[in-house]
Design a protein around this ligand. Structure first.
Ligand SMILES: Cc1cc2nc3c(=O)[nH]c(=O)nc-3n(C[C@H](O)[C@H](O)[C@H](O)COP(=O)(O)OP(=O)(O)OC[C@H]3O[C@@H](n4cnc5c(N)ncnc54)[C@H](O)[C@@H]3O)c2cc1C
Length: 446
């Protein structure tokens, strides 16, 4: 039996290791932390959530909710740990960040089929030398020797863009007289989000200061290129005075009990970041303002006048490869089938998508090691749709979150979006059940 070596114990690498081990393979997992950390990683836990603690929507009428359910049904380690570490977040699945990382780490370390090496991989060649298969799951912040190795191997098909992290504040420093608990349209538990209401003058003042605030300079290797899914709040604000009021500061469905139940002009939402409710992140406030300016401008938000920042928002390079040009459907290189890619580096975007990609690649590398043909997930499933994106020729290939648009349409008309999404989800889960039974997932011909 061939050994499977995995570079990176992030969301994709940890899940891939778990899946390959479950398929009977011996796995060697290489993780560079604690010897070296990316600028966004703050702990030594595997599968660290580097920004938000939310794994996004929970329900089946949302594509990422469906993807999570598909993962649960395929024995995903990441989903098992996320469900066990859940904290209140209305219609979303948010987790206790530290508890989640700790649980993933403990479960991987306790798996007898997985050996962990705390080393930075500098080049793939030594890993391949004994005939092993290699999964590169080094994440979007990959840099240094391995990044150069991949650049040489893949040429100009190696790309990058930017991502930004939202700040986290100390819950004890929020002025509870000014803020109020509520989730939009009262969905789920009412103590899900703390809301900081703004009237019009407060909003306009905040908006002007946000526009004027100083931004951290870009490094030489970085270009000004934002990705819509994780756009800095100050970049979004530049699009127009009301853009953020229709985005992260949307007041709709959040009546203020301190103001006779009237909807404020704008609302900043704070989401609980740990089970003890001592840390809160500013929802949608990814930013690359300088730390001093974050303190000054975000303290203009009502209720945050004396907020202590436990972590400031930061901005980073975000790397991905040109998957449609480089990868086969099972996500190994067309030019070298010993090398697989998993996670955000392939061009999927998001925690859940990265882990889902790791699940698929872990299983397929194990099948290759066992001499079996690859599994190809139907495009009627969310996972099949997402992986299909990595195969769709695209002159301007960009990372992608899972959406219903990636999943094969129903082929008949259904009234109402929610109803249509639910039918797609039900079909996906049925399709997955059939696949799991027959293990012959071969209808990905689009
Ligand atoms: C700054 C930032 C913020 C983000 N915020 C969000 C968010 O809020 N929500 C969301 O859904 N998605 C977010 N993403 C996108 C994405 O979901 C995460 O980056 C996710 O962690 C990707 O999972 P991954 O497994 O591909 O990589 P990672 O989770 O980053 O894992 C890669 C692992 O590989 C290790 N590694 C790297 N190089 C080597 C090497 N040479 N040798 C050994 N080990 C190595 C790293 O230490 C790390 O543990 C964000 C991305 C970035 C960059």
């Amino acid at each position: 039996m061939k050994i499977i070596k995995i570079v990176g114990a992030g969301l994709a690498g940890a899940e891939a290791a778990w899946q390959a081990a479950a398929a009977g393979c011996q796995v060697q997992l290489y993780e560079m932390r604690p010897k070296r950390r990316s600028p966004a990683h703050h702990t030594d836990y595997f599968a660290e959530l580097v920004c938000s603690n939310s794994l996004r929507a929970a329900g089946l009428t949302n594509a990422v909710g469906l993807l999570k359910e598909e993962m649960r049904r395929q024995d995903s380690l990441i989903m098992a740990c996320a469900d066990a570490c859940r904290v209140p977040a209305g219609g979303a699945l948010a987790v206790d960040r530290e508890g989640f990382g700790r649980m993933v780490t403990e479960r991987v370390l306790a798996n007898p089929a997985i050996t962990v090496h705390y080393d930075e991989v500098q080049s793939l060649e030594p890993l391949l030398a004994d005939g092993s298969l290699v999964i590169v799951a080094a994440g979007p912040l990959l840099e240094g020797a391995l990044a150069n190795d991949l650049r040489l191997r893949l040429g100009e098909e190696y790309l990058h863009f930017h991502d930004a992290v939202a700040p986290i504040i100390d819950g004890a420093t929020i002025d509870m007289e000014k803020v109020y608990w509520a989730s939009r349209y009262d969905k789920g538990e009412s103590r899900d989000y703390l809301n900081c209401p703004m009237d019009r003058p407060q909003y306009e003042h905040f908006y002007q200061e946000l526009l004027a605030a100083e931004r951290a300079p870009l490094h030489d290797f970085e270009q000004e290129k934002d990705f819509d899914g994780c756009m800095p709040i100050e970049s979004m604000a530049r699009r127009g005075v009301d853009t953020i009021r229709f985005g992260p500061l949307k007041p709709v469905g959040l009546p203020n009990p301190h103001d006779g139940g009237r909807e404020p002009y704008a609302v900043v939402q704070l989401r609980q970041d740990n089970a003890a409710a001592t840390m809160f992140n500013l929802v949608g406030f990814q930013t690359r303002l300088t730390w001093g300016e974050q303190k000054r401008v975000f303290r203009l938000i009502p209720g945050l006048e004396r907020a202590e920042f436990l972590r400031f928002g930061v901005m980073h390079r975000n790397s991905f490869i040109n998957a449609p040009r480089l990868l086969k459907p099972e996500l190994c290189l067309k030019e070298d089938e010993r090398i697989y890619f998993a996670g955000q580096l392939t061009g999927v975007e998001g925690y859940v998508e990265s882990a889902a990609c790791g699940l698929a690649v872990g299983r397929n590398a194990a099948r290759a090691a066992n001499g079996e043909p690859p599994l190809i997930w139907s495009r009627q499933t969310a996972l099949g749709g997402l992986l299909g994106w990595l195969q769709t020729p695209n002159a301007n290939f960009q990372p992608m979150n899972v959406t219903f648009g990636l999943i094969e349409p129903l082929g008949y008309k259904v009234r109402g979006k929610q109803n249509k999404n639910l039918q797609i989800a039900q079909r996906a889960l049925k399709c997955l059940a059939e696949m799991t039974e027959t293990d012959s997932m071969t209808d990905n011909k689009n």
